[in-house]
Design a protein around this ligand. Structure first.
Ligand code: DNO
Length: 398
């Protein structure tokens, strides 16, 4: 008799949905690769559509067809980007909100109802190095506070930057800047300004201009805009049964003088208290939150887990200065066993399984010789997914 180990071990308990971020038909990691890795759900977005433009129904249906033809399911949209006009509440905010509502309505018509977005000003996630060698030869993404200060002070030349770094950091940054070659300077600039694959990088001039705009908006202003945005899409979400999941700030502290509003337990509590409607949820990204020394991940999940509709599971290792690199999924400062235990418990209360994806992975083995999307090569994520799946089954018990 054939015994299905997963059914047998999970003891009829509910399993999380294993998903995988796929950047679309141009992603060097194919849908067949995803199936071999063992994921069943796809997390993707229509990256060819410019930020802020509405997503046509036909384009969504076409992407859905490609995914389903491969025997997979489009589980989460990551992301429908929130246009800067909305974040800063510029003169075109209402127009972009209308477009956003159209996109959400179209997604719902196609049965795709979990949507990830972020409210980070200008830059999405930020790293200073994409190939930090690990002792085992793999390569990891790295955020070095000194390099960030070098960029801020000497490349961006942001007015007032010197007041945002400690004297110790200023001294280290100056010393490092003097030792950098021209090529290293260009590389640092490119890494920090890098957008997500398939999307355009921002230029230094545009970044400076945005920083000025956000200076006027401030932290409270940005929060107000987030709640106005949520209020303006609430009816479409409720009618279309859309669940919105905000991605935490990465890293979860202010950089380059830009405000941050989704970095801590308090931020997340405020988010779901001030907008308590059920559509307003969280993407629990353990790597982003985990980079903040103030964040106790199992405790955060305990408090806001009922509003987590999507999880990004990865790990980080911080040093005492606040710099961090992306560690193996079960290694690092995030206690993944405790986090997974809480998610698994919460999942038993749900009608729909909580989707998670192995977030990022080391560039390793054969991928070291390939051009891959930073953080999104196949083998490191395959390893992460295998480890996380084993952890889940181990927690569920035989
Ligand atoms: C990085 C990702 C982020 C995330 C967005 C969500 O690897 O986790 O780019 O997709 O912030 O809007």
């Amino acid at each position: 008799m054939k015994v299905n180990l997963v059914d047998c071990m999970s003891n009829n308990k509910k399993l999380l949905e294993q998903t995988w971020r796929w950047y679309g038909p141009d992603d060097p990691v194919s849908l067949d690769d995803v199936k071999q890795a063992g994921a069943t759900g796809i997390v993707t977005a229509l990256h060819h559509i410019p930020h802020g433009a509405p997503w046509p129904l036909e384009d969504i249906l076409e992407r859905k067809r490609i995914i389903e033809d491969a025997g997979l399911r489009w589980t989460v949209v990551e992301s429908v980007p929130v246009h800067e006009e909305i974040k800063t509440w510029g003169p075109l905010a209402n127009q972009y909100i209308e477009n956003y509502r159209t996109t959400l309505g179209n997604l719902s018509k196609c049965g795709i109802t979990t949507v990830c977005y972020n409210f980070m000003p200008v830059l999405d996630w930020t790293r200073t190095r994409l190939d930090l060698p690990m002792p085992n030869g793999a390569r990891a993404l790295y955020y070095d506070k000194v390099d960030l200060a070098v960029f801020d002070l000497f490349i961006l030349c942001r007015a007032g930057a010197e007041f945002d770094h400690t004297p110790e950091l200023l001294a280290k940054a100056e010393q490092r800047w003097e030792g950098l070659s021209e090529e290293e300077k260009i590389d640092l600039e490119r890494t920090i300004l890098m957008g997500i694959p398939g999307e355009e990088n921002i230029g230094l001039e545009a970044l400076r201009a945005s920083i000025d705009v956000y200076k006027a908006v401030g932290k409270e202003g940005l929060k107000t805009h987030l709640f106005k945005f949520l209020d303006a899409i609430a009816d479409v979400c409720e009618e279309g049964e859309i669940k919105m999941t905000v991605h935490p700030d990465d890293p979860p502290f202010p950089i380059l003088g830009l405000p941050r509003i989704i970095s801590t337990l308090e931020d997340l509590q405020e988010l779901i208290t001030k907008e308590p409607r059920v559509f307003n949820g969280i993407c629990f990204c353990t790597g982003s939150l985990g980079a903040g020394p103030q964040n106790d991940l199992p405790k955060i999940f305990e408090q806001v887990g009922h509003r987590v509709y999507f999880a990004h599971l990865r790990n980080v290792k911080r040093d005492e200065s606040g710099s961090f690199y992306e560690a193996d999924h079960l290694d690092g400062d995030v206690n993944m066993y405790r986090v997974m235990s809480s998610i698994v418990t919460e999942n038993q209360r749900r009608d729909q399984p909580i989707p998670f994806r192995p977030d990022h992975g080391h560039q390793m083995l054969d991928d070291l010789n390939k051009t891959t999307n930073p953080g999104y090569s196949a083998i490191g994520r395959l390893r992460g997914l295998a480890e996380l799946r084993g952890l889940e089954l181990g927690i569920l018990g035989a």
